[in-house]
Design a protein around this ligand. Sequence first.
Ligand code: XIL
Length: 301
Amino acid sequence: ASTLGAAAAEQGRYFGTAVAAYKLSDSVYSGILDREFNMVTPENEMKWDATEPSQGSFSYGSADQIVSHAQSHNQRIRGHALAWHSQQPGWAQNLSGTALRNAMVNHVTQVATHYKGKIYAWDVVNEAFADGGGGGRRDSNLQRTGNDWIEVAFRTARAADPGAKLCYNDYNTDGQNAKSNAVYAMVQDFKSRGVPIDCVGFQSHFNSASPVPSDYQANLQRFANLGVDVQITELDIEGSGSTQAENFRKVTQACLNVSRCTGITVWGIRDSDSWRASGTPLLFDGNGNKKAAYTSTLAAL
Ligand code: XIL
C-alpha cells in the first residue's frame, strides 16, 4: 500500500495523527491528513478546559468539527482525554475533595455521552503516575480526592459509552522502569477486580534525553499479556535523516511484533505542527514533503 493508513490496515492496524481543528482549513494539512491517516486524536479540543470552560456548561464546537471531518473521511477517533491533571479549566483547578470528585465524574459522563458511539478508544485517564523511581501516583488535585479516582473515572466512562475502548495513557512508560511497573500493577489490579480497562497507551515522545528504549517491544508485550490492547498514542522522535528514520522503523516494527498493538498515532503531521518548541520530530517537513522517517515507517508496515 502507498499510504500509512492503508499499509497499517493491511496489517490489521490503524495509523493516526493528532489533529488541530483550526488547521483543517489549511489544504496542505488536510490533504495529507485525508490521504495518509485513518485515526485522529483531537490535539486539545476534547480536553477538560476546552469542553467544560465553565462548570456545567459544555462547549463541543471545535471537537465536533474534528469528529465530523473524521467521519466524512473514514477516519476513526481516539478521544483525548477525560481526566487529567493538566489543561483543566480554572474552576476545576480551584476545586478539591468531594466537589472536585463530583465535577470529574460529571465531566466524564457528559463528554463520553456526547460522543457515545463515535469513539474508538478514550484516554480515560492521562498521566496519573509520577516520574522517577518511586513508582507512585502523581500528586494532583484529582489524586488528592482519593486513590480510587482512576477506577471511578473508568467505571463512569464505561457506563456512559459501553462501546468505546477505555485506555490509560502515559509518557515515560515506554520501557520497563519504576513508572511503567506501577502502571502495570494498576492494570493487573483492575483486571483482577473487574474494573473496566481495555487498553494502555504509550505516548512515546522521544528525544536524545529519552530515546526509544531497547525493551520497548518487550514492555508493550508484557502489558498485552495482561489482556489489554496497547497503542502508541503520541509518537514523535527528535532528530533527522537516517537516524530518525531508523528510530521510527524500530517503533513501527515493535508495534507490528505485538499482536495486541492495534495502532500507532503520531503527534502531528508536519514538523511545523509539532507541540515541541524546536526540532523536527514528525514524518513530514514544514512544506508537507515526506521525510526519510516517513519512508522507513511506510516500508516497515
Ligand atoms: C499537548 C499539545 O500538543 C499542545 O498543543 C498543548 O499546548 C499541550 O498539550 N501529553 C499529552 C498531550 O497527553 O495532550 C499533550 O499535547 C502532549 C503531552
